[in-house]
Design a protein around this ligand. Sequence first.
Ligand code: NAD
Length: 305
Amino acid sequence: MKVLVATEKPFAAAAVEGIRKEVENAGHELLLLEKYTEKAQLLEAVKDVEALIIRSDKVDAEVLDAAKKLQIVVRAGAGYDNIDLEAATAHHVVAENTPGQNSNAVAELVFGLLVYAVRNFYNGKAGTELMGKKLGILAFGNVGRNVARVGKGFGMEVYAYDAFCPAGVIEQAGVHAVKSGDELFRTCDVVSLHIPATPETRGSIGYDTVGQLKKGGILINTARKEVIDEPGLIKLMGERTDLKFITDIKPDADAEFAKFEGRYFSTPKKMGAQTAEANTNAGIAAARQINAFFKDGCTKFQVNK
Ligand code: NAD
């Protein structure tokens, strides 16, 4: 089988070597299209391949039309809104992502941001420590579990709520399970968001929710900006001058939040998954998933079921 890695923004060389090893050891052929600048180059490159590995590259109906032999496309990463899932299904192409491969990277960033926040953005004034503080994790998925692990390392008391993960699983990880998101906000000094953007979660983190935080509370978002009700949070931060909001996803109202000097920080660009290790892990996982698909028909990570 021919496996094409098509990346406008290429993987690191070490990741490509890892992918090559996986693909060739399974008896397949690896083709590379890196740093392409025109869609026409992608349309030409996909013509003859059975599998495709991409990063943020767009795979739409036109690409799928051109890829007559394509059976599987894997997005090396967690988000997959760059793949037209309906078109993939219509073309009988399995679309997959590689969940969990960047979770540790995101979790480490949470604590990088958190230390920065409690030390007053390194402004020279005494801050506070994390040890002994209550950390609330909203959603105990791949990232949330890693945040729990690191939080315990800091000596924090860790709490979590997940709408779908049983309390027993949370407790087994040495984390206090609470019964609702509201209880998490009422209980904790810091709440870290790890929910996906769904009809239930969109705009769910705003005035009333965050307003339940104790004095000096901190909200951290490394999930999705859609989950924040920005006008509600701006109103709350205007009223509650003790609250801090730290985010890895620049809000639409960044300029308004920036007025809360010393209480707001956004990374200039989403940084959560930006580590060499995460990129390598995701690329290699994509290659392994393709190998498993061709070997056993495994579609465990299919997102267009
Ligand atoms: P995951 O799918 O492993 O976990 C998501 C968890 O959310 C699941 O356990 C699920 O049960 C839970 N959940 C779903 N709806 C819920 C609700 N209404 N209330 C409570 N819990 C709910 O996802 P993940 O890999 O842990 O990623 C979590 C978030 O982080 C996603 O939004 C993802 O887009 C984001 N992310 C950001 C970066 C970054 O660069 N900042 C990188 C990776 C992932």
